[in-house]
Design a protein around this ligand. Structure first.
Ligand code: NAD
Length: 288
């Protein structure tokens, strides 16, 4: 299959690599100078200068972009070049609204747009065991499912256009509170003079264990945040969630609080740190 992959960032780089290893004919593109060339130096595929050039003759287009604004920009420059019946799989975390709009536009011209945000972090992307939550037309999904199988441990079509993004919002609501709770528990233990490694060892076998605890406690204890999912991207996700919640008149007090705490982390210089740097805010406020 010929596949265009647009957006070779922390996530897209690995996902495109899995598709190349699976034997697909890859065309890659990224707005940052030299990134696509660096990718083709390591994996089989060709680099395109523009998104419009990348998608030409492709059966499938995958995007992994920061947010709505970049997705809209890429869509506007590439949509006219899309092959008939092509399937566009968007792995970015965006609003549900843009997913619905682009799916309607695709459908009107005989193509498919599937919103397919992911969970599992950069490690999940690298290992190829992401969770993919999708929204869109079942006919488009039947092809998309085969493509995402290269980097997903689980891929589920939840419902129509936008359902993938709404599911990702539910995921972020669940994880936001857990992240802050972990920062509070670890900083509390540290402040009480306990050995955080010992505390962690026992808690990992107890009722408070979680993906966050398994995957983020070590960098939190070490104070090393130069990896993963940035505070800026998590703030973007929570802003999308709170916007959707306002429309639905849904009460999300913990999510709203964590969004504010992440704003503090940004002010502390942590905009590009992994968002588990909530731990540094805790350390700062607990400092005796
Ligand atoms: P990133 O910032 O590392 O990568 C985005 C890439 O898109 C960059 O390489 C950038 O140069 C490129 N880009 C931006 N505008 C472009 C344009 N107009 N044309 C072509 N390329 C363009 O971000 P990421 O961490 O890889 O995340 C990508 C998406 O996945 C985001 O929506 C994020 O919320 C979501 N996500 C990330 C993680 C994670 O752990 N990093 C986990 C789950 C979901």
């Amino acid at each position: 299959m010929k596949i265009a992959f647009i957006g070779l960032g922390r996530m897209g780089w690995h996902m495109a690599a899995h598709l190349s290893r699976a034997g697909h004919a890859m065309v890659v593109c990224d707005a940052a100078p030299g990134v696509a060339q660096k990718w083709v130096a390591q994996f089989s595929g060709t680099a395109a200068e523009t998104a419009g050039e990348a998608v030409k003759d492709c059966d499938v287009v995958c995007t992994s972009l920061p947010a709505d604004v970049q997705l809209r920009e890429v869509w506007n420059s590439a949509f006219a070049q899309l092959k008939s019946a092509a399937v566009w799989i968007d792995h970015s975390t965006t609003s549900a609204e843009i997913a619905r709009v682009l799916a309607a536009q695709a459908s009107a011209s005989g193509q498919f747009f599937i919103d397919a945000p992911v969970s599992g972090g950069t490690v999940g992307a690298e290992k190829g065991n992401l969770a993919v939550m999708a929204g869109g037309d079942a006919a488009g999904w039947s092809l998309a499912e085969k493509v995402v199988a290269s980097y997903a441990a689980r891929a589920t079509l939840i419902g129509g256009p936008g359902a993938g993004q709404l599911t990702k919002m539910a995921n972020q609501i669940c994880v936001a509170g857990v992240g802050q709770a972990l920062a509070e528990g670890l900083s509390f233990a540290e402040n009480a003079g306990l050995d955080p490694e010992k505390v962690l060892e026992v808690m990992l076998k107890g009722s408070s264990t979680s993906w966050m605890m398994e995957n983020r406690s070590q960098p939190m204890i070490a104070g090393k945040y130069d990896f993963g999912f940035s505070t800026t991207l998590m703030r973007k996700d929570l802003a999308l969630v709170l916007d959707e919640a306002r429309r639905a008149d849904a009460s999300l007090p913990v999510t709203a609080l964590v969004a504010q705490l992440l704003a503090d982390v940004s002010k502390m210089g942590g905009a590009m740190w992994d968002w588990c740097s909530l731990m540094e805010r805790q350390r700062k406020v607990l400092k005796k």
